[in-house]
Design a protein around this ligand. Structure first.
Ligand code: ATP
Ligand code: MG
Length: 393
């Protein structure tokens, strides 16, 4: 058996809210760990989850233990995860377990420290006494030096009411809130870096994210659709079930190119995108649209242009990356594992019929005037009708 302690931030979680939050978190851990193909169990013990997995500390099982550790650090709402031993409340037993663990290491342990915390304040020893007693026994048995700063091994002991937990390796999780605790949003997701990260950030605040992708097939190839599917698959690892909507934009783009002034094209595409997204979102009971825009990143993303786009929808439009630098977005894309997909070359719908001089300062009035030759409602309805829906997994 391998045991992990899964911690979540409880700050800001009040009373009954914490119960519900923990219930969803346990469900999400179950969905995630099912991918291991091993038996496991999850218990809630004094504000943490204890996850035991049918896998031993043997060469054969080591990849399973490593995979479990990885999966647990990739669950929204998890602050950190530790590989843990559950022991009786007895310093001798705890010291013996640490000595056994250190002795098994292939590389000798260069230095260590013990940090204990008592959740059970009635335990007869103080934390500092536990540190000293356990540390002393390890030094006596193995001669490994204690280093309070920069120790090679930081051993954390939690004194609970029923047991002591000894944690050996600690990894950060994504933090945030468990997916599925905060309503539903519809994300306009291209094949680029930004919008999948925006989707993830909403998922990591507890939202379920429907994904809406616009493509220009058959005017271009299907690379962006393939990227959208692959991105949906990665995001499904974080929210466990995803609906992807593939919307054909080519008929609209053709009309815009034929009838509307060139500098406004990209803004007009965007206005159609949000109109269609709003229709799809209402059909799914979403409370908001989400995009990956950040101010000033490209010509179309000026404040004026964002306002011109928002003018045509009657739904909250969220832009979680509005103030984020591209470098930080790409770094996050790497951590959540969308980057490798986003960096693939594609034929994006916005690169099609792109104006030589795109407008940076549009107004809703200009855009409305430019759209006058078009039957906007009919084009939107047709696109909604021709949308393909794919479910993951
Ligand atoms: P991204 O990296 O998300 O593509 P970007 O910086 O390239 O963003 P734009 O191409 O200007 O920015 O797109 C702005 C936003 O419009 C995107 O973040 C996304 O939310 C939405 N969007 C753009 N193209 C598409 C598309 N083909 N399908 C769905 N949404 C799109
Ligand atoms: Mg893009």
């Amino acid at each position: 058996m391998s045991l992990f302690a899964v911690h979540y931030h409880e700050l800001g979680l009040k009373g009954g809210n914490r119960r519900r939050f923990e219930r969803v978190l346990v469900g999400n851990c179950e969905k995630s760990l099912r991918r291991l193909g091993r038996r496991f169990s999850i218990r809630s013990v004094e504000k943490r989850l204890l996850v035991s997995i049918e896998a031993d500390d043997t060469d054969a099982d080591r990849p399973i233990v490593a995979a479990a550790f990885d999966l647990l650090t990739r669950i929204c709402g998890v602050a950190h995860v530790m590989r843990t031993l559950e022991l009786p409340r007895d310093v001798d037993a705890v010291a013996a377990a640490i000595i056994a663990e250190f002795s098994r290491r292939e590389q000798p342990v260069a230095s260590f420290r013990i940090s204990s915390r008592r959740s059970d304040k009635l335990f007869p020893m103080l934390s500092t006494e536990v540190n000293r007693e356990v540390g002393g026994r390890v030094v006596a048995a193995l001669g490994i030096p204690v280093r309070l700063k920069g120790a090679a091994e930081d051993v954390r002991i939690s004194v609970l009411r029923a047991c002591m937990l000894v944690s050996l390796e600690r990894r950060r999780g994504p933090g945030g809130l468990p997916a599925g605790t905060a309503g539903r949003v519809a994300v306009l997701m291209s094949g680029g870096y930004d919008s999948p990260v925006a989707a993830w950030q909403m998922i990591n605040r507890g939202c379920k994210a429907d994904l809406i992708h616009f493509h220009s097939h058959p005017l271009v190839d299907k690379t962006t659709q393939e990227k959208a599917r692959d991105l949906a698959e990665v995001l499904t690892e974080w929210q466990y079930a995803t609906k992807l909507f593939l919307v054909p934009l080519a008929p609209i783009q053709t009309q815009v190119r034929l009838h509307c002034p060139e500098p406004l094209r990209v803004i007009l595409y965007r206005r159609f995108m949000v109109r269609i997204a709003e229709r799809l979102a209402r059909g799914r009971n979403c409370d908001a649209l989400v995009t990956g825009e950040s101010v000033g990143q490209v010509a179309s993303q000026t404040l004026e242009n964002l306002a011109t786009v928002d003018h045509v929808v009657d739904m909250l439009v969220l832009r979680p990356l509005i103030g984020t630098d591209k470098q930080d977005i790409i770094a996050r894309a790497k951590r959540i594992r969308t980057a490798a997909i986003s960096e693939r070359r594609d034929q994006d719908c916005c690169q099609l019929f792109i104006p030589a001089k795109p407008a940076t300062a549009s107004t809703p009035q200009q855009a409305a005037l430019a759209e006058e030759p078009l039957d906007v409602d009919a084009l939107v309805s047709q696109a909604v009708e021709d949308t393909e829906v794919i479910s993951f997994p």
